[in-house]
Design a protein around this ligand. Structure first.
Ligand code: ZN
Length: 358
């Protein structure tokens, strides 16, 4: 079977590009219907929304990103938006935020044109009808959500972190403007930013590969080294480079390795954000990824980023069992990294020891 790869249709890159959003939106406005704007709740204060071409008929939603997006949360946003727009179809959906806000926009989009609940579409190619036109404007870079075909959701009842993987999940247009990431706190900028490095080295270290994905991943890693190996990762040119690295990394997202499954356990059981959970996961995987472990530790020291130890110190046996369950369930990435017998390497004892060392 040959993979029929889809990419985002339009991408605008550069400082100040967001000023062209009105032009980008114009052909959509001609179709009628409100635009639905998703903002990270961080932007409830500040001047961003006031600078954007929001019209009276539009719907503005502030996404609570204190926790990772959940299937129940997506159902709630979908119900709220459906009630507010009534019988009209949105002319466009727009997302301003990091992975959580972009994934919320992507997943709600699928539910606006497909019946049922969010959990019905967790998996591969389950979405049947195209979503409304979606414009992604990342304000926090690294997850690659802006260019990936998934929207990752935590299903609390099933103890399962899994995306809606579909061509319809993808954005149609991106605006990558480094001015939008100027106000991100330093720790968050690092934890999220380094996610693209994690995706790409895990992809390159795995056994399912192709030349295009390798090329994108190698370039994203090269950019990551320029950014985090520099004196200040948050200089304007580095913020632009990170937006591009994240975009390339999202396109390179093939199969990941051990970091992401271990990270998923932390998100499911401790409610930890993806980026920082990855950093904890890699900090405990020096035996599997020695070079990357050392490289990220060096970057953290250089950029003044801390990762307090002892996060799993007071957990119960039941919680370690849950951590094991929520990580070992990711069979494709674990087999990609460790081969088909990965369960003999990652036993309950080994996985518990990994978490205890964080
Ligand atoms: Zn990731």
């Amino acid at each position: 079977m040959f993979r029929n790869a889809k990419n985002v249709g339009y991408v605008m890159i550069g400082q100040g590009a967001i000023a062209q959003l009105e032009d980008v939106l114009k052909p959509r406005r001609e179709a009628g219907g409100p635009a639905v704007w998703f903002f990270d709740h961080f932007f409830k204060t500040g001047s961003l929304a006031g600078r954007l071409p929001i019209e009276d008929q539009d719907v503005v939603v502030y996404v609570d990103t204190a926790e990772e997006p959940t299937t129940d949360g997506i159902d709630a946003y979908k119900a709220e938006i459906a009630a507010r727009i009534g019988s009209s179809s949105p002319c466009a959906l727009l997302a301003f935020g990091g992975g959580a806000t972009m994934d919320t926009c992507k997943c709600v989009g699928n539910l606006l044109t497909n019946p049922g609940r969010a959990e019905d579409y967790q998996g591969w190619d389950l979405v049947k009808h195209p979503a409304p036109y979606k414009i992604g404007c990342p304000t926090l870079s690294g997850t690659g959500s802006e260019s990936s075909r998934t929207g990752v959701l935590c299903n609390v009842a099933k103890n399962l972190k899994l995306g809606m993987n579909s061509d319809y999940t993808m954005f149609d247009q991106l605006i990558l403007d480094p001015d939008l990431s100027e106000t991100v706190p330093r720790n968050q900028f690092f934890y999220t930013g380094v996610d693209t490095y994690m995706h790409c080295f895990e992809s390159l270290a795995g056994s399912y590969r192709n030349v295009v994905v390798d090329a994108l991943a190698e370039k994203a890693i090269d950019l990551s080294r320029q950014i985090f190996g520099s004196g200040d990762m948050m200089l304007p040119e580095n913020r632009e480079k990170l937006m591009i690295a994240s975009y390339l990394g999202g396109m390179a997202a093939g199969f990941v390795g051990v970091v992401h499954p271990i990270s998923a356990g932390l998100s499911m059981v401790l409610g930890m954000h993806h980026g920082i959970a990855n950093c904890y996961a890699l900090s405990a995987l020096a035996d599997i990824y020695p070079e990357q472990h050392a490289e990220v530790a060096e970057w953290m020291a250089r950029q003044g980023i801390d990762l307090p130890k002892g996060i799993c110190r007071n957990l119960t046996d039941e919680q370690f069992q849950q951590l094991y369950g929520a990580s070992i369930v990711h069979e494709k990435p674990l087999a990609n990294a460790l081969g088909p017998d990965f369960k003999q390497i990652l036993t309950l004892e080994k996985v518990t020891a990994i978490y205890k060392s964080m």
